[in-house]
Design a protein around this ligand. Structure first.
Ligand SMILES: [Zn+2]
Length: 88
């Protein structure tokens, strides 16, 4: 009986009984963050409305795009804000 038990399915079972143990793994923007369960590695993210949703490949893409935009904007903050404001 030394066959490796499927750790991830055991973890999933554990989490379904006791609940996930999410930890903040990535800060995408001020409001959007990614969380990973330390037990089963299930990932969540916050959407633009602040709801927790499953981190699907689609949202991973969205988040990495958001991150780029956010960092560019942060880098530019403090200079040439007036030009952007004029567009609105
Ligand atoms: Zn979990």
């Amino acid at each position: 009986m030394s066959t490796k038990t499927n750790a991830s399915s055991f973890a999933r079972l554990y989490c379904s009984v006791f609940g996930h143990n999410y930890q903040l793994t990535k800060r995408v923007t001020k409001h959007v963050k990614e969380y990973t369960c330390t037990c089963c590695k299930h990932q969540l993210t916050t959407d633009v409305n602040g709801n927790l949703i499953e981190l699907t490949p689609k949202y991973q893409e969205i988040n990495s795009a958001l991150e780029r935009i956010y960092q560019n904007r942060m880098a530019r903050l403090g200079r040439k804000v007036t030009r952007m404001a004029a567009m609105y």
